[in-house]
Design a protein around this ligand. Structure first.
Ligand SMILES: Nc1ncnc2c1ncn2[C@@H]1O[C@H](COP(=O)(O)OP(=O)(O)O)[C@@H](O)[C@H]1O
Ligand SMILES: [Mg+2]
Length: 252
């Protein structure tokens, strides 16, 4: 991939909250940055942004200053210890949680104009609110995160269905997170893939799985990035694999 060409934009999204979108975004971004890719992460969970917290940083500016101030997206970008750049957002700012369509459009337009990156990862909020759908629409590829909970599966299906019915999107990738064993990941992927084929008429793409690991909550608490704390772990290998699969995705 060439940084001079337009970056591949990928959203990391989910139906249900708390499935690991932010965890996956930061770790994937770190792994890909380590492989020499220029990666930009945008915190698109506008009401409850928390990548800055996960990384232990306190950026002076964020998306709020772009939407309601006179800042450009470039002005709010900070570099991170993961080796990727970050566009932080705000948490607990009501106006940001209820952005009007025109305001969302400002962010989308600026993201589309970004140059100098191989990849832009959008860490979205959960659910099928308009703002989440808009960021998913902007992305060339949507990665839907699921876990073992049945509700994460039904909510992920709801997301896929809405993106298909509203925007005609038919390409979705699935990452199974927080699972006890690789076979479980393939199993839950098969469940949602079968439902999509039957009721929507198209298959889903399986990007891979990330195992449940007790060290994750510790690294979140310490504001560390799991794949940096344990670069030779099984988890780091899982993320490398997903990263490779991600870079193979095309700008659909
Ligand atoms: N593979 C995993 N193993 C163990 N715990 C995990 C894993 N993935 C996520 N978690 C836990 O789930 C919590 C929520 O993850 P987060 O990325 O904030 O979810 P989301 O962004 O989807 O709301 C994390 O703080 C972490 O403790
Ligand atoms: Mg999150």
């Amino acid at each position: 991939m060439n940084s001079k060409s337009k970056p591949l934009i990928v959203s990391i999204t989910s139906g249900k909250g708390g499935v690991g979108k932010t965890f996956i975004t930061t770790n994937l971004a770190t792994i890909l940055a380590r492989q020499g890719k220029k990666v930009l992460v945008a915190d698109c969970d506008l009401g409850l942004a928390n990548i800055d917290v996960m990384l232990g940083i306190n950026p002076a500016l964020n998306l709020k200053d772009v939407v309601f101030g006179n800042k450009h997206l470039r002005d709010v970008i900070v570099s991170t210890k993961g080796g990727f750049d970050l566009i932080p957002a705000s948490s607990g700012v009501r106006e940001m949680a209820q952005l009007l369509f025109e305001k969302i459009q400002i962010i989308k337009d600026m993201l589309l104009e970004m140059e100098g990156y191989d990849l832009i990862l959008l860490d979205t909020g959960a659910g099928i609110a308009e703002v989440v759908l808009q960021f998913n629409l902007l992305a060339h590829q949507n990665v839907v995160v699921i876990n073992r909970e049945l509700t994460s599966l039904t909510d992920a299906y709801a997301m896929v269905k809405v993106m298909y019915q509203v925007f005609g999107r038919q390409t979705f990738s699935i990452v199974a997170n927080n699972i006890p064993d690789e076979k479980d990941g393939a199993g839950i992927f098969k469940n949602i893939d079968t439902i999509s084929r039957r009721f929507l008429g198209f298959p889903l793409n399986y990007l891979g799985s990330v195992l449940q690991d007790d060290s994750v909550s510790k690294s979140v608490m310490r504001q560390e990035i799991a794949v940096m704390s344990a670069p030779r772990s099984r988890m780091a290998a899982d993320f490398s694999k997903i990263g490779r699969a991600l870079l193979d995705l095309k700008k659909a």
